[in-house]
Design a protein around this ligand. Structure first.
Ligand SMILES: [Zn+2]
Length: 387
């Protein structure tokens, strides 16, 4: 086990040309304790180190996974169970168990297809080559592993995540995880382009965070929809906004669940506008969940699933292409929907196969929010400002 290294220490080493330093894995399953330990929470994340002195976009970034199981994880497998590649995207799945090869192969193809579609069709024109390494682990491990990566100009992004084998037992969960890995990749692209959370036009990081998480959510679903034929939002958390959290009830009901009606959307747009000026929007994880669910319901017409080739798919792609390059468009979109005179349609009960929403961490774990939003209020895409 190597000791954890801070971004600043790693960067100092890189700048001092420490020989051969390229990646530092932070393998600390019981050091970087997750607050979710002991639950079934899975949480993939990226973290970008801001390098203002270097300019030219982020070069130092972290990718990793937290799984809140109970069993100590075995050493990482070294065996390549499957690989796939297309359009500058490559995916390698590692597993020591040959019985997983078929599922690993399917996952490598799905993730490659989704990411390749995203970089070529949703937000083209980026230097968006990426190498994904997906490490299969038995269900129930407790694991917190991440690694700092250095990306020199012209190099591919390298993303490394852990995936429980049980996620590959069910096609809808498998698709969901592939979307989640594309989602994390979007955060790196957004940081490189200085949009969303890195956008300095607004004073408030909360607004950038809400916008970037919404853009990442749309990006992953557009990628999955177009590459794999359909996208489902049935595993996202529900939306419950409690007006008391915002300090200004404005005569609104105390809470609302499900897609937000126009009256609430108008309120959300005002909160976001204030957040752009530096105000604290109160509770950003439920806010993100509510925005995601409402946009989904508006676009899908009240269905959990959108099939490729439908008018709903066209609408979703249109929104993705608008929001991915500029997540601040989310507020304009919300304002348009709030003013259209038609409330977001309600969604039917969740499909049985989806099971309960995964109670993963905050805005993300594979693009989901927490079932108890405040408990899991942790950004999946953090920025670490230079010391
Ligand atoms: Zn995210």
């Amino acid at each position: 086990m190597r000791p954890a290294l801070t971004a600043t220490a790693f960067l100092s080493c890189v700048l001092a040309a420490c020989s051969g330093v390229r990646d530092i894995d932070v393998v600390s399953p019981y050091v970087a304790e997750s607050p979710y330990t002991g639950s079934d929470i899975t949480h993939d994340f990226v973290l970008v180190h801001e390098q203002s002195r270097l300019g030219g976009g982020p070069r130092l970034y972290m990718t990793g996974t937290v799984i809140g199981g109970r069993t100590a994880p075995p050493p990482d497998p070294q065996r390549i169970a499957a690989q796939a590649g297309a359009r500058g995207i490559s995916v390698q799945v590692l597993s020591d168990d040959p019985a997983m090869d078929t599922a690993a192969g399917r996952y490598a193809e799905s993730l490659t297809a989704a990411a390749a579609y995203a970089v070529a069709e949703i937000w083209p024109g980026r230097d968006a080559r990426a190498e994904f390494t997906i490490i299969l682990v038995e269900p129930g491990v407790r694991l917190s592993r991440a690694g700092w990566r250095l990306r020199r100009p012209g190099e591919a992004w390298r993303l490394r995540f852990y995936l429980e084998t049980s996620e590959l037992d069910d096609a809808s969960r498998e698709t969901w995880k592939a979307g989640g890995h594309v989602h994390e990749f979007y955060h790196l692209l957004a940081a490189a382009a200085r949009v969303g959370l890195s956008d300095r036009r607004g004073a408030g990081p909360d607004a950038g965070f809400v916008y970037e998480e919404t853009a990442a959510f749309l990006y992953e679903h557009c990628a999955v929809l177009s590459a794999l034929g359909a996208a489902s939002n049935a595993m996202s958390p529900g939306a419950l906004l409690d007006s008391r959290r915002f300090g200004d009830a404005s005569g609104l009901p105390e809470s609302v669940s499900g897609p937000l009606p126009d009256e609430w959307l108008t309120h959300v747009a005002r909160l976001l506008e204030a957040a752009e000026q530096g105000a604290n929007p109160g509770s950003r994880i439920p806010l993100i969940d509510a925005i995601r669910l409402t946009l989904w319901s508006e676009i899908s017409g009240g269905s959990w699933t959108i099939e490729a080739g439908t008018p709903q798919a066209e609408r979703l792609l249109e929104v993705c292409r608008r929001v991915a390059p500029d997540p601040f468009e989310v507020r304009a979109l919300i304002e348009e929907l709030a003013a259209d005179g038609v409330d977001a349609p309600p969604l039917p009960p969740r499909p049985r196969h989806a099971g309960p929403p995964p109670p993963d961490a905050g805005a993300d774990a594979a693009g989901t929010g927490a079932a108890e939003p405040e408990a899991g209020a942790q950004p999946d895409a953090a920025r670490e400002d230079e010391a």
